[in-house]
Design a protein around this ligand. Structure first.
Ligand code: GLN
Length: 531
């Protein structure tokens, strides 16, 4: 039977609960345990697929095609856990399922209530995810902050689960903020005490407290937190700000967090071995000297989280090339106003990520033209590929009004358009081409030389596709079609023959990149930028 670690958060949001959970997953894997990680999100959307990046940040796509919270990206980057649609549970998903059952008559005669029906459904989903994946430990992260109305049913569910499963089978970790007050010259433990107090009112006693803080906690502060929050002093872990999120597993290990968990849950496992991670990731991150500046040209540039996996995958590419990544975030609307040179002169590589809608498109097209004409390594992803195709059609093939029908329904040259099957779709939720699809690579291309395989699987999230009517025209002008989805002959990867490194793909390779195993396209993009 799987054991459970429930991770809650207190005081403020954005504490790094997701990274803490992922780092704990990594630590447990380093002891030979099999883990999975599950995120519970209290919002009523069934999934984040319909949310704006300004609301939610990046939408992370799993192999099986679920649109999920970006924390699942951290889970996959830090661990080998199999992350599927079952690893993200939202209030919307739970209610949807309970209401569907109610309409079918599954609860005939009963009043359907939050307790027990909603809480039972939550517990069922958690147990199902853990047991289907046959893991030793399931780490369950509860989104939101303790004290919020929305997350109460989730907290009640984990309270019940701990009782049902028994002491050795479940534990609680609370991640909180311990602020440093400059004017007082002190760190303050009171918010943490209050937050743990709120948890206790709900009936949850944390076993371990992870304190996010700018300064290392003194022995005094740890004693105080331990005393007021009712935990052992060595169970007060300092999570001081670090330069790279990949340092967190090592930071936790040095404070014995893995031993605490292993003892508390009575887990049978190996000694910890984090050497591989430390050598292949941390050492390189710290000691790589040569810098490489990459411009990311998008429209959600001001947001930290909108291109999370892209930034991480670029970091992985830099790690694998022993280089130090410098990201220049460029708003494509600024390019429209001021021209490309102001923002892109001197950068070593240009990446245009995915996106939706018309805003900022022309700026992206200008950035791509600049990369193509000046032999600057270019990487286009999803919308980045679509805009690269539009640019090539307009400026190389002379199809001046070429466009995607997403932006201009009546365009004379619809080089990017909807497949017939998409034209009939009315609902917006979960109706794109989603998840892993096969891609067959053409030998002798840059894509093939990166992957070194002819058949790969990559994750998708889009409606529009390359319009095969224009393949010959573009091929004649030097575009190389290097990857196809075999069934429908859909174009998955394009390149430009006479260019040092110009690759664009319809899928999202950033979702499969890891710090200790960079995605081949990101690895080669950075290598090209360095040379
Ligand atoms: N808007 C484009 C489409 O739907 C691209 C989507 C994306 O970049 N993820 O096809």
């Amino acid at each position: 039977m799987s054991k459970f670690i429930f991770v809650t958060g207190g005081v403020v949001s954005s504490l790094g609960k997701g990274i803490s959970s992922a780092a704990i997953g990594r630590l447990l894997e380093s002891r030979g345990l099999k883990v999975t990680l599950i995120k519970c999100d209290p919002y009523i959307n069934v999934d984040p697929g319909t949310m704006n990046p300004f609301q939610h940040g990046e939408v992370y796509v799993t192999e099986d095609g679920a649109e999920t919270d970006l924390d699942l990206g951290h889970y996959e980057r830090f661990t080998n856990a199999k992350i599927t649609k079952d690893n993200n549970i939202t209030t919307g998903k739970i209610y949807y399922s309970v209401i569907t059952k109610e309409r079918k008559g599954d609860y005939l005669g009963k009043t359907v209530q939050i307790i027990p029906h909603i809480t039972d459904e939550i517990k069922h989903c958690l147990k199902k995810a853990a047991s289907e994946q046959k893991v030793d430990v399931a780490i369950v992260e509860i989104g939101g902050t303790v004290g919020d109305i929305e997350s109460l049913p989730f907290l009640e569910s984990i309270r019940q689960l701990r009782l049902e499963l028994g002491h050795d089978y479940a534990m609680n970790i609370h991640v909180t903020l311990v602020p440093y007050l400059k004017s007082a010259g002190e760190i303050k433990t009171k918010p943490t005490q209050h937050s743990v107090g709120t948890l206790r009112q709900i009936g949850i006693m944390p076993d371990i407290i992870i304190c996010r803080t700018e300064r290392v906690l003194s022995k005094d502060s740890k004693e105080k937190i331990a005393l007021f929050c009712n935990v052992d002093e060595d169970a007060v872990i300092t999570a001081v700000d670090v330069k790279s999120i990949y340092e967190v597993p090592g930071m936790f290990k040095r404070q014995n967090l893995d031993n605490l968990i292993v003892r508390r849950l009575n887990l049978k496992c190996d000694k910890s071995d984090l050497n591989n991670w430390e050598n292949s990731v941390i050492k390189r991150l710290k000691h790589s000297k040569k810098g490489v500046e990459i411009a990311v040209v998008g429209k959600y540039i001001t947001l930290q989280d909108a291109y999370k996996s892209i930034y991480e995958a670029l970091t992985h590419g830099a790690i694998s090339n022993e280089a130090r990544l410098i990201i220049k975030k460029v708003d494509s609307e600024d390019i429209e106003k001021d021209g490309v040179r102001k923002y892109l002169s001197g950068v070593k590589g240009i990446l245009v990520p995915g996106g939706f809608g018309n805003r900022g498109i022309e700026g992206k097209i200008q950035a791509i033209q600049f990369a193509r004409e000046n032999n600057i390594p270019f990487f286009g992803i999803c919308l980045g590929m679509q805009t690269a195709v539009i640019e090539f059609a307009r400026n190389v093939c002379g199809l001046k009004q070429a466009n995607s029908t997403e932006f201009d329904k009546t365009t004379k040259y619809p080089v990017i358009s909807l497949l017939d099957e998409q034209k009939e779709v009315e609902n917006k939720g979960a109706t794109m081409r989603l998840g892993a699809y096969e891609c067959v690579l053409k030998k002798g291309t840059k894509a093939h030389s990166a992957y070194k395989h002819t058949n790969v699987f990559e994750r998708h999230r889009h409606r529009y596709e390359f319009n095969n009517k224009y393949r010959n025209v573009m091929e004649d002008k030097g575009m190389v079609f290097s990857g196809f989805h075999p069934k429908a002959s859909l174009v998955e990867i394009i390149e430009i023959k006479d260019h040092p490194w110009f690759i664009s793909c319809q899928f999202h390779p950033e979702f499969k990149s890891k710090p200790d195993n960079a995605h081949p396209l990101f690895r080669d993009f950075i290598a090209a930028a360095l040379s």
